[in-house]
Design a protein around this ligand. Structure first.
Ligand SMILES: [Zn+2]
Length: 292
């Protein structure tokens, strides 16, 4: 058995009262000192940690601030982007409207509902990335449609140059295509062309593009020009006083081809104008009035 060691503290009052002695075991003193030391070390540790946390907090606050700024920046970028996509949708719709107008103006077929996606584009919302892909797809389609439109316009232009739709001369129509009483024989007959009165020597112009197929005298028709056009058209100009073209010559619509006269079976200076379509005579007025 170890002997317990003690300290005795004696309190001596400065009076006549009796002294007070406190007996303290040594281990208690050590334990107390050790506890105080531990408390000091622990509080130092806590202080250090606290300072670290404060620093971290400041860092995090700064980071949150930066992230907030980035978020605001991104949000305004997205807004601008949405606006751009909406504008693109708008332009796309305008393009589609323009295509319709161009098609109507040049007399081309209008797109079928499946090809015309105008309503679909109007419904697109720019914020949806799927819709953005749709807009890009629409832009590609519209570009292709415009390329096709240009090709169709070129073909239409070529066709229109070959349609006999301008008057060979300007003047009074004295006899139409169809059944009539012949002014010379006074018997009923079929008049296969259009008679247009004009002064002797007036320039006769080609009603369409083509190549001269005949230029000479033809029984009943007198001095005649026949022009072969594309798309199955052929035009004939009769009763001329003078011919200005030769067989094989290329002719543009409106080119001078003859001078008005009264050659052949005729009662006065006029152009007898015939139009053939696919080898069959048709009413020239149909095309002169803007048909087909
Ligand atoms: Zn005639």
């Amino acid at each position: 058995m170890g002997k317990r060691r003690y300290f005795t503290i004696i309190l001596i009052p400065h009076s006549s009262e009796r002294t007070l002695s406190i007996k303290i075991p040594l281990y208690l003193i050590w334990t107390t000192l050790a506890t105080i030391l531990l408390a000091i070390v622990y509080s130092l540790f806590l202080t250090h940690s606290y300072i670290g946390i404060i620093d971290k907090k400041d860092d995090l606050t700064a980071q949150v601030h930066t992230l907030q700024e980035e978020k605001n920046q991104k949000e305004s970028e997205i807004k601008a982007y949405e606006l751009e996509m909406q504008q693109i949708s708008g332009y796309l719709n305008n393009l589609k409207d323009l295509e319709l107008q161009v098609r109507q103006k040049v007399g081309l077929e209008l797109p079928t509902p499946s090809r015309s996606n105008i309503d679909r584009v109007r419904l697109l919302k720019a914020s949806d990335s799927q819709n953005n892909e749709d807009i890009i797809e629409e832009l590609q389609k519209t570009t292709e449609e415009y390329q096709r439109l240009l090709e169709e316009i070129a073909a239409r232009e070529k066709y229109l140059r070959n349609v006999p739709n301008i008057y060979p001369v300007r003047g009074r129509i004295t006899s139409r295509y169809g059944n009539r009483i012949n002014p010379i024989t006074m018997s009923r007959e079929f008049h296969p062309g259009l008679d247009i009165e004009a002064d002797y020597g007036t320039t006769v112009r080609a009603a369409s593009d083509g190549v001269v197929d005949f230029a000479g005298v033809k029984s009943g028709y007198g001095r005649t020009v026949i022009i072969k056009n594309s798309y199955g058209f052929t035009t004939l100009y009769g009763h001329n006083s003078k011919l200005l073209v030769k067989v094989g010559q290329k002719i543009k619509k409106g080119d001078p081809i003859a001078k008005v006269g009264s050659s052949g079976l005729s009662t006065g200076p006029h152009v007898h104008f015939e139009v053939y379509k696919g080898g069959v005579r048709v009413d020239p007025l149909k095309y002169l009035m803007g048909g087909e």
